[in-house]
Design a protein around this ligand. Structure first.
Ligand code: CTP
Ligand code: CA
Length: 231
């Protein structure tokens, strides 16, 4: 049995969730990647399925994670593959959650063969920008569709984690943004998470320190609230 407060509250709702990090190929055996484990996206999928949603989980490198019961899994590698998959699935989804850590850049060219080392110094790797999938999904949003983004921020001397989050919510145009404070071993590869849930209507809620399942529950509570209001 689930300890969830709102059982079956997502009955009849199709949710699309991206999880894990993308990998940008350099050659057939090498890539540029990131440390995202995919655990938060999987927790979102598990809780949504427990609440009765139809869940499509689009996963990058989430090596050792078990696909939650009742969840449809789609595997992707690069950001461009993730974008194509998300557009297809989002066209039929009531809720879209971008929990994936999308590489901001990819190598300009993919070498068809393994790059060999020679006596000369290596060439620098030229990079180009990946598409902003979340922004694209917001532009293509269906009527009543709820779109959720994630942001991992460290903050710096001039700007707090929360202020970076507020600016990102406006820039992306999504309905909800989950802002995580990272750095000092927070969030990445950890079991726990903490942050804020920012809403496009100006509402801001602190998410108390807890498990990724608890953060997922807080996200689905907020999503359910929005779905109910837009009906
Ligand atoms: N995202 C995306 N496509 C990208 C980059 C990010 O869809 N090319 C999504 C992420 O999945 C996340 C949100 O946008 O839901 C915020 O990602 P983040 O990396 O924090 O934002 P960026 O716009 O890339 O800004 P920066 O990394 O410079 O802070
Ligand atoms: Ca980024």
């Amino acid at each position: 049995a689930s300890a969830d407060a709102l059982p079956r509250s997502l009955e009849g709702v199709h949710v699309a969730i991206s999880a894990g990090g993308t990998r940008e190929a350099l050659d057939p055996v090498r890539f540029i990647g990131n440390r995202s484990s995919g655990k938060q996206g999987y927790a979102l999928a598990r809780v949504a399925a427990q609440r009765g949603a139809r869940v499509t989980l689009v996963a990058g490198n989430t090596a050792d994670l078990v696909t939650p019961a009742g969840v449809d899994l789609v595997r992707i590698g690069s950001a461009v593959e993730l974008r194509d998959a998300m557009h297809k699935i989002a066209a039929d989804a009531d809720v879209v959650v971008m929990a994936a850590a999308v590489a901001d850049f990819r190598p300009v060219s993919l070498t068809g063969h393994k790059i060999k080392k020679t006596d000369a110094e290596p060439d620098p790797i030229a990079l180009t920008k990946n598409p902003d999938i979340l922004k694209e999904l917001v532009s293509a949003r269906r009527d009543g569709q709820v779109i959720v983004g994630f942001a991992a921020e460290t903050g710096d001397e001039t700007t707090s984690v929360l202020d970076y989050g507020r600016a990102k919510l406006r820039r992306k145009g999504c309905d909800l943004l989950v802002v995580n404070a990272v750095g000092d071993g927070k969030a990445f590869e950890q079991e726990d998470n903490a942050g804020w849930l920012l809403s496009a209507d100006g509402a801001e809620a602190a998410i108390p320190h807890g498990s990724k399942a608890q953060l997922a529950s807080a996200v689905w509570d907020a999503v359910t609230d929005r779905l109910t209001r837009s009906q």
